[in-house]
Write a protein that binds this ligand. Sequence first.
Ligand code: PLP
Length: 377
Amino acid sequence: MKFATELIHGGNPIDPEHGSLSHPVYHTSTFAQRSFDHFGRYDYARSGNPTREALEEAVARLEKGATGLAFASGMAAIASTFLLFRPGDHLVVCEDVYGGTFRALSTLFTGWGLKVSFVDATDLPEIAAAITPETRALYLETPSNPLIKISDLPGCVALARQRGLLTIVDNTFMTPYLQRPLELGCDIVLHSGTKFLNGHSDVICGFAVTATQELGQRLRFIQNAFGAVLGPQDCWLVLRGLKTLKVRLEEGQASARKIVAWLKTQDKVQKIYYPGLPEHPGYEIHQRQASGPGAVLSFELDSYETTKRLLEGVQLAAFAVSLGGVESILSYPAKMSHAAMPPAEREARGIKDTLVRLSVGLEDPEDLIADLERFLK
Ligand SMILES: *Cc1c(COP(=O)(O)O)cnc(C)c1O
């Protein structure tokens, strides 16, 4: 099945009992057993729920993985995945990793004994140099946030395999419609399903998809033991949101391209970060490993004043954290995702006070441009 067909029919087998096209929501905490020594497929809903399973299977199929697991948030999926490791193990992590992942690693998991090195993951020799005998995995995001840096996934996989490491990729920005890391040899794909997979800014959820059943079993054990599962009503909302993933991304990406072309003509825009621009340093690598640049871009303005006026005055794009919804969202990394970072370090990493990130939603791009134009003229 092609991707669009998979979205509609993959995780949505027609209910054999009554023919309902929409998957039933099993709002239950437990399942009555038929007999004293013959238990059914489900016993307790933390361990398994049919609505959750339909969603887990749908996401696993889209990512071409063996096992999919749905969690109560992206962070729950990410933190549960870190529980695959033990105190003393070492991870090599991209330096512009999602802020919540940085926080969990640098406080909770280092406190627990995990060792972490943050590296510029666009630089394979730098990754290689950070690997120690204790290293167990590479942890990557491509494109990264908010500077949209590109890591060479096949290059990282080759390095990881040579050293016997797992490759873990947070694929939130691309989704399996545009990039499938497991097909490139990665071992685990993670998602904040809160963003494009659900796509409607109304659910917090996360996913882990593994390349092998063996890894899937280990992670399923953690999911059940740690217990950060997604509830059935939210599973149903995500099953519904997922059906339009392709049309939403195609539309958002087409609008993002138009907005980027327009931003390029604006005097007050000093720099644009978007992997669809041929002058982006990661353009060719991205072209090889993904089928499109996506619907998220960042840009730098000429001054703090312009930035402030834009963020305070913009009407169609919400001024908010998050991304990947049907509504466009404009965020301000210096005061939102990277607020906890000391200003000097933030500047050193290229996250200036004049940088904004735009997640392009489904409004008409001409209206979005007109809205931005009022502040850039
Ligand atoms: C939002 C986000 C997360 C965290 O997901 P939650 O659903 O908010 O817990 C992780 N990674 C990336 C890239 C994100 O954008």
